[in-house]
Ligand binder design. Structure first.
Ligand code: GDP
Length: 526
């Protein structure tokens, strides 16, 4: 029996390289869902890109991202949960983790810039979990790249097949609209930032006389040629392949002009998966399982330094979550109940009495949770798929106020539990090495250590740029690399050995010198 509460839920994230239009698209979705009334209501969730030392921006970013961490709304009988991801590239790890809590994604690509660096990284993370992807090619009102070239670029750079479901007529100043291949209709473009719907002309097929009223013969001729080509190259949408994460349906539009959004949203609710089964170390958990399970994928610090409370974001995987019911924290081996779980509908927070698979609830936490923690009704379970990723910048922590050593230790432990950065310990001397994806995190860390914990620290840049978790079938081989390359070995928060290298070349050399040792890009390997 399929639970209708699960069937109606669609939990996803909108991802993009900064500035491609993620925030704009999110806002338009919320407008359609009736969750907000005006454009401009979704705050730009990003720190100033050029001024990394602007702490006010960081603080704003942290404050705002609580409110917009999850945006839920109802649309056509479905409950849509959009999980927000930070716009700034330095917070990419946050985004990677959020992707562990979604069932699918919409990837926004800028038609002028094409596939950008961050797009490639995000897709790599999607591929790790076979997350279904829909692509929205945005900014068609600007003079961008050729549509066929864009599709080629997506296929080659993102290693995924594509299937266009709409096709643009013109581009930039000649942009006339899109032909919806899925529904056989012509959507006419009118540049207007405030309107909610575009004129839609329903036709039988491309030979419909009606098309001639709206398109010049040249435009219609090109559209027919293009569609014949796309049909030959890409064919029909294979939904199974989409659900397996192998094929991405593609739409063209202009988020700022609210163009192409409704068809994107309608197709999304039609094809995107409802909550699916998930792998735990012990077994596969089905969304339909009766017993409640969920995991924490994000922890948010409270902005008020007088309250050390944090909010842990729990994704529900199976069963029903209930307020004031005891659940089992599998890592701590203890029962916890939550009297104030939070639900998020657009910009509003409210108390939640019950929640279902696909939903995200915010739990007030005084230090019980780490990222990846699992809650159940008593079963010993640990969800997979929430790994740590290899950081790119490594710095050693220097204590600048020896009287506050304890505070420093505690602060670093808590901040790394929140997932702000990763901590590696190097011996001898218990050296603390912080690894991050971006420079901005170091500023966040020293700012927060000082303001929330009263500790002062500096950072000494290290030459490491890569880290690989290492394992070996025979313990002897692991010991050998750890002894011979001691200067390159650190331990992560679970005590697992990690090989730190200056660059890819050095890493490859180590792989060659120690062929019996396995090197892993993330902390999760099985
Ligand atoms: P994000 O960083 O991916 O969240 O991108 P934003 O949604 O903040 O958009 C970045 C910039 O692109 C903003 O200035 C938007 O107004 C602009 N933008 C978004 N969509 C469109 C579009 O369809 N056409 C044009 N010309 N600009 C757009």
């Amino acid at each position: 029996m399929v639970n209708p509460e699960i069937e109606k839920r669609k939990t996803f994230a909108i991802i993009s390289h900064p500035d491609a239009g993620k925030t704009t698209l999110t806002e338009k979705f919320l407008l359609f869902g009736g969750a907000i009334n005006t454009a401009g209501a979704v705050k730009r969730n990003k720190a100033n890109q050029s001024n990394t030392s602007d702490f006010m921006e960081i603080e704003k970013q942290r404050g705002i991202s609580v409110a917009t961490s999850v945006m839920g709304f109802e649309y056509k009988g479905k409950r849509i949960n959009i999980l927000d991801t930070p716009g700034h590239k330095d917070f990419a790890e946050d985004t990677y983790r959020t992707l562990s809590a979604v069932d699918s994604v919409i990837l926004v690509v800028d038609s002028v810039k094409g596939v950008e660096e961050q797009t490639e990284k995000l897709m790599e993370v999607c591929r790790m979990r076979n997350t279904p992807v829909i692509v929205f090619i945005n900014k068609m009102d600007r003079e961008g790249k050729d549509s066929f070239d864009l599709l080629d670029e997506i296929e080659s750079k993102l290693a995924i097949s594509v299937c266009p479901l709409s096709w643009p007529i013109g581009q930039g100043h000649t942009f006339k609209g899109v032909y919806n291949i899925y529904d056989n209709q012509l959507n006419l473009f009118e540049p207007d930032k405030s309107k909610v719907t575009e004129p839609v002309i329903k036709v039988n097929d491309l030979s419909d006389e009606l098309l001639k009223e709206f398109l010049q013969p040249k435009e219609l001729g090109k559209l027919k040629d293009d569609l014949e080509l796309t049909d030959g190259i890409y064919g029909q949408l294979d939904k199974e392949m989409y659900l397996e994460g192998l094929l991405a349906p593609v739409f063209f539009g202009s988020a700022i002009n609210n163009f192409g959004i409704r068809e994107l949203l309608d197709t999304f609710i039609d094809v995107a998966p409802s909550p699916r089964s998930r792998e735990a170390e012990q077994r596969v958990v089905l969304a339909n399982d009766k017993a409640f399970t969920g995991f924490v994928f994000k922890i948010h610090a409270n902005l008020d330094p007088n309250h050390r409370d944090r909010i842990a974001f729990l994704r529900i995987c199976s069963g029903k979550f209930e307020r004031n019911k005891f659940f089992y924290h599998t890592r701590l081996n203890k029962k916890l109940k939550f009297s104030n779980p939070m639900d998020f509908m657009a910009n509003e927070k409210s108390l939640v009495e019950e929640a279902w698979p696909g939903d995200v609830v915010g739990l007030y936490d005084s230090g019980n949770f780490k990222i990846g923690d699992t809650l159940t009704e008593g079963e010993q379970l640990q969800f997979k798929g929430i790994p740590s990723f290899s950081p790119e910048i490594f710095k050693e922590v220097e204590n600048r106020d020896p009287l506050k050593t304890k505070q420093l230790e505690k602060g670093i432990q808590q901040l790394t539990e929140e997932g702000v950065a990763q901590l590696f310990i190097q011996q001898p001397g218990n050296r603390k090495i912080i690894g991050t994806v971006g420079e901005l995190q170091f500023e966040v860390i020293s700012f927060r250590l000082e303001h929330e914990y009263g500790a002062k620290c500096g950072f000494r840049m290290l030459t490491f740029k890569r880290s690989s978790w290492i394992t070996a079938k025979d313990k002897k081989n692991l010991q050998e690399i750890m002894q011979r390359r001691a200067a390159n070995i650190g331990y992560d928060k679970e005590g697992n050995p990690v090989f730190l290298a200056d660059n890819d070349w050095a890493l490859n050399l180590a792989k060659r010198d120690f062929p019996e040792v396995e090197f892993h890009k993330t902390s999760e390997f099985s």
